[in-house]
Design a binder for this molecule. Structure first.
Ligand code: P6P
Length: 331
């Protein structure tokens, strides 16, 4: 007889997962574990505010733009405050760089790590109740512990990440992250206030039939190779799916197989998405799950950032599909 839900175990909570995996890190003294908990805590607060966005006056934009020229939504700023406050109080991060702020913030503590974060990606979808996300990367502070933070600490290659992850605020809220030993997904159980392991050892299918691109860009594409690739997808009757929230599009492709493309356009000659705040974390996850993330000719994780808000072209998802894009770009 099928077990009733009451008999089923709660499952492995994020706390228990982190604790049980901490022993795999010989030098771990628990700081990274605590930092991941701090990020998870902030996400629970943001999740609560997103879920009631339609009921209190936190929808719409604030009439200002961030350093990238994006119109800031009220929830963008609220999320930025929540994550910055949680990380500052937690004490494990000594600095934060956020997509919502021009420069990095030195938290002036002796934390070993720095965090780069897009507090609320896809925020233009908030008012129409479409899934949005948070994207974060964790790096070790490079400058000497006694020295103040410098911008160089925030210009590390994606391959230097200690951890990378995202929170997807969708029909259910999920936290997906990697510390370089595979990718695991946790679903938020709001009645318990816990993230519970729901997607252990996530793998990206080697190939897929879903391509994600803003088709409205068709006449703004600058690379014939991308036009040829999209034509090939359509002649092969692949499925076009585009949510307009990078985290949601990436997560679907991770689970079902597929590729997300944001190529150079006449408006964004270097691509629209940010290397530090978006591409690096998702590229770390993609690669750990067996997928791939590149620009035209470089693995995202190998790019040496030159500025915190640097944009890059992004092709990310099933390995064979990204490789096919590369072939088309070389023709
Ligand atoms: P477009 C949201 O603003 C975002 O940064 C990503 O989440 C999303 O994939 C992309 O931009 C959407 O851009 O130009 O298609 O609206």
């Amino acid at each position: 007889m099928e077990k009733s839900r009451i008999d089923l175990p709660i499952g492995i909570t994020l706390d228990r997962f982190i604790k049980s995996n901490q022993s795999q890190y010989p030098n771990a003294a628990g700081e990274l574990s605590q930092l991941l908990r701090d990020i998870a805590l902030a996400s629970k607060v943001v999740n609560r505010e997103i879920n009631k966005a339609g009921l209190i006056d936190i929808m719409g934009n604030v009439g200002a733009q961030n350093s990238g020229g994006d119109h800031q939504q009220k929830l963008d700023l609220l999320a930025n405050t929540r994550f910055s406050r949680a990380l500052s109080k937690g004490g494990e991060a000594c600095g934060i760089a956020s997509e919502e702020t021009e420069s990095f913030i030195d938290l002036k503590n002796d934390g070993k790590y720095i965090v780069t974060i897009d507090p609320l990606d896809g925020s233009s979808n908030i008012d129409v109740n479409v899934s949005i996300g948070t994207i974060f990367s964790i790096y070790k502070k490079q400058s000497a512990p006694s020295q103040p933070l410098t911008e160089k600490d925030f210009l590390q290659k994606g391959r230097q990440q200690v951890a990378g992850g995202y929170i997807l605020y969708g029909p259910s809220t999920m936290l997906v992250f990697t510390t370089g030993m595979g990718v695991n997904g946790f679903t938020y159980e709001s009645t318990l206030g816990e993230y519970v392991l729901s997607h252990p050892s996530m793998q990206c299918k080697e190939d897929g039939k879903i391509f994600s691109i803003n088709d409205g860009l068709s006449y703004d594409l600058v690379d014939q190779g991308i036009k040829d690739y999209l034509h090939e997808c359509k002649t092969q009757r692949m499925t076009g799916r585009y949510i307009g929230s990078l985290v949601a599009d990436f997560h679907r492709n991770l689970l079902k197989g597929g590729v997300f493309l944001y190529p150079p356009t006449t408006q964004y000659p270097n691509g629209k998405l940010r290397l530090t705040f978006e591409a690096n974390a998702l590229a770390f996850i993609a690669e750990q799950a067996g997928g791939l993330a590149t620009t035209h000719n470089e693995n995202i994780l190998d790019i040496q950032p030159t500025s915190i808000h640097q944009r890059v072209p992004l092709y990310i998802g099933s390995r064979k599909m990204v490789a096919r894009i590369q072939e088309k770009l070389r023709q």
